[in-house]
Design a protein around this ligand. Structure first.
Ligand code: NAD
Ligand code: WQD
Length: 344
């Protein structure tokens, strides 16, 4: 069985990806310091796949901790690097904490790969690198703009660090996946998004409002230049997103027509407005959502969605799940969390 190291594998996207790797027959080693996740996620993974992954509680930004993990797992064929801080607003308040964690993390991973002769990496990048693109949908060749936040800058800089490292080392192969807006949960409701504190992202805030944890959802702005005035994003199902990592690793291992650094947009190719998300939620859940129109959120862009033809053609990957099913899965997960609290 081929072994994959997944950093940040207890987190939201990481946990769904671990399930897909196990289901595809890989042995998974998770490295996570639990700074934004709960160890109980391991049970959720085991309930789905029947297998508990190997787990190391370690900090990827700490070279000694990460060296120890690599020294025990030299037989890994690839790394998937999710571990990073991701809250845009917090990164504005604590830029050094974000640069230290996210930049030191990717440096340590690349240097440990070189030291231990592991050649293959999939890196979690973000559509945030495009900022407000002039032309939509965005392709991988769309201009990379000056980052709006320290968080966004860590993704831009990480991609540059990867690209520079590859120019000096022809043994390494890396795929960066630029995710659009991941939403939803596993259809079993065994794993899903577990926001700590007040969620910043739309879907968890919306489902927490519907379940009664939050009083009201604020729809940030209805005066954008879009068909209904609310902002547009490309919402990608988290399991579809997870599967993109499996095909990326398979591509790295097969090496067929591979160039040493490849970048792919991972989205649905379709833009959806905030009000369309609200209305779809009401339709699939049968719940009436308490929401109000509020002013625009600072730093938000008006609209973005992906051109995914490169991933479709080269990775053979395409988003499958409907928006309705995806939003339904997020709602089932929120209800499961509420149930767990009642049973505590
Ligand atoms: P998450 O916070 O749920 O998961 C990240 C995991 O990494 C957590 O379990 C956290 O404990 C762990 N972690 C953080 N710093 C660490 C460190 N120094 N050492 C070890 N573990 C550490 O976030 P997510 O939504 O699953 O995001 C995963 C990756 O995808 C991140 O790199 C994020 O920037 C990127 N991304 C996320 C989104 C999104 O909207 N969720 C969009 C684009 C890109
Ligand atoms: C989506 C839409 C909000 C909350 C962020 C990061 C980005 C990437 C994905 C990591 C926007 C609106 C939201 C609410 C609302 N992450 N909204 N009320 O801002 O597109 O992207 O996550 O790389 O880098 O910036 O995602 O879910 O916060 O917002 O109206 O309470 O929902 O204004 O239009 P965003 P989001």
């Amino acid at each position: 069985m081929e072994k994959i190291i997944v950093t940040g594998g207890i987190g939201y996207i990481g946990s769904h990806t671990v399930v897909e790797f196990q289901s595809a027959g890989f042995e998974v080693v998770i490295v996570d310091n639990l700074s934004n996740s709960d160890i109980k996620v391991l049970d959720g993974i085991k309930n789905i796949t029947g297998k508990k992954p190997i787990f190391y509680k370690a900090d990827v930004s700490d070279i000694h901790e990460i060296e120890e993990v690599f020294s025990k797992n030299k037989d890994a064929v690839a790394i998937v690097h999710f571990a990073a801080f991701k809250a845009v607003g917090e990164s504005v308040q604590k830029p050094l904490m974000y640069y230290q964690n996210n930049i030191q993390g990717i440096i340590n991973i690349l240097s440990q790969m070189q030291k231990n002769g592991i050649s293959n990496l999939v890196f979690s990048s973000s559509c945030t690198v495009y900022g407000q693109a002039k032309s939509l949908p965005v392709t991988e060749d769309s201009p990379i703009l000056k980052a709006e936040s320290p968080y966004g800058n860590t993704k831009k800089i990480s991609e540059e660090i990867i690209s520079d490292t590859l120019k000096s080392d022809d043994k390494l192969n890396v795929i960066s996946l630029r995710y659009f807006n991941p939403i939803g949960a596993h259809h079993t409701a065994e794993i899903g998004e577990l926001p700590i504190g007040i969620p910043n992202n739309l879907l968890p805030f919306l489902t927490q409002t519907a379940i009664g944890i939050r009083e009201k959802l604020s729809v940030f702005g209805n005066d954008y230049n879009t068909h209904d005035g609310t902002a547009i994003r490309d919402y990608i199902n988290v399991v579809d997103l997870a599967k993109a990592h499996v095909v990326s690793i398979q591509r790295l291992l097969e090496k067929k027509n591979l160039t040493n650094y490849e970048v792919f947009n991972i989205g649905t190719g379709k833009g959806t407005s905030v009000m369309e998300i609200v209305k779809t939620f009401e339709a699939v859940s049968g719940e009436k959502l308490n929401y109000q129109i509020a002013k625009r959120r600072e730093g938000d862009i008006e609209q973005i969605w992906a051109d995914t033809s490169k991933a479709n053609e080269i990775l053979g990957w395409k988003a499958q799940e409907s928006l309705e099913n995806t939003i339904k899965s997020a709602w089932e997960w929120e209800k499961r969390l509420a149930q767990r609290k009642v049973n505590k």
